[in-house]
Design a binder for this molecule. Structure first.
Ligand SMILES: Nc1ncnc2c1ncn2[C@@H]1O[C@H](COP(=O)(O)OP(=O)(O)O)[C@@H](O)[C@H]1O
Ligand SMILES: [Mg+2]
Length: 237
């Protein structure tokens, strides 16, 4: 089976300062894969390079057997990749419903947008009774749900989630993770980045450990959870 997404030896960074040094990873259709690593390891930079917000200086990103390394994010979203950035980036003064519609900006058919909104509100019921509220009036957990829901509005085949647990209390982290499990079970391939290593491994099929811009370990989520290195470095054991 060919990988759905394959990242091959990418090098990327900012203004000539390298941050990611030859990262390779693969995601197969239907999988949930996580990239774990400490703050500053290059997780966000890797995600941004995959979705086209940054371009690799060397190496390639292939999605559905095509090279997307040079495509901007405005094009990779049309190919089926949706990136939910770290920090949510909602439009605080716009309503929940308006934030959702913006997630479907590539779709011009109004009725189709309404259909999709209905779908995501079914998946994220907490947002339904808040549809007309401004995003800034939502709790942290609801805002994270909205960010993910907005990411789903383009009907992605690959959903990329950057630190969705950041700033949430543990009960909400669990809730958000459960929703992602459901999204994945319904057929969306998921690539997620997390500092909450235990939680991420519990819901993922496989994982990669990123350390100062390099993959230092990879394997099934079960293997990684048992690994002494992972437990010591990221689970405080
Ligand atoms: N926009 C930027 N400009 C310059 N350096 C950056 C920028 N974003 C991140 N970096 C640097 O790249 C490194 C990796 O950052 P990042 O990919 O955000 O890590 P992570 O998501 O794993 O915390 C850090 O040293 C950070 O300071
Ligand atoms: Mg980050």
């Amino acid at each position: 089976m060919k990988p759905f997404l394959s990242v091959n030896e990418i090098h990327s960074g900012y203004d000539g300062v390298p941050v990611v040094h030859g990262v390779s990873l693969e995601v197969f259709r239907g999988e949930m894969v996580c990239i774990i690593g400490a703050n500053g390891a290059g997780k966000t930079t890797t995600m941004r390079t995959i979705c086209g917000l940054l371009h690799p200086e060397k190496g390639t990103v292939r999605f559905k057997d095509q090279d997307i390394s040079r495509l901007p994010a405005s094009r990779t979203i049309r190919r089926g990749i949706s990136y939910v950035p770290e920090g949510r980036r909602l439009f605080p003064k716009l309503s929940v419903s308006e934030n959702l519609s913006l997630g479907a900006f590539i779709e011009k058919d109004k009725r189709e947008i309404v259909r999709r909104e209905e779908e995501v509100l079914t998946l994220f019921p907490v947002l339904r009774q808040r549809a007309n509220q401004k995003a800034e009036t939502l709790s942290g957990g609801e805002q994270q749900m909205l960010a993910i829901a907005r990411g789903m509005m383009s009907r992605p085949e690959l959903l990329m989630l950057d630190e969705m647990s950041l700033g949430l209390m543990p009960s909400l982290v669990e809730k958000v993770m459960e929703t992602i499990v459901q999204v994945n079970a319904e057929g969306t391939t998921v690539l997620l980045v997390e500092q909450m290593v235990q939680e991420a491994l519990e819901i993922s099929h496989r994982g990669y450990v990123l350390q100062t811009g390099r993959i230092v370990q990879s394997g099934s989520a079960k293997e990684l959870m048992k690994s002494d290195e992972v437990r010591k470095a990221y689970m405080g054991m």
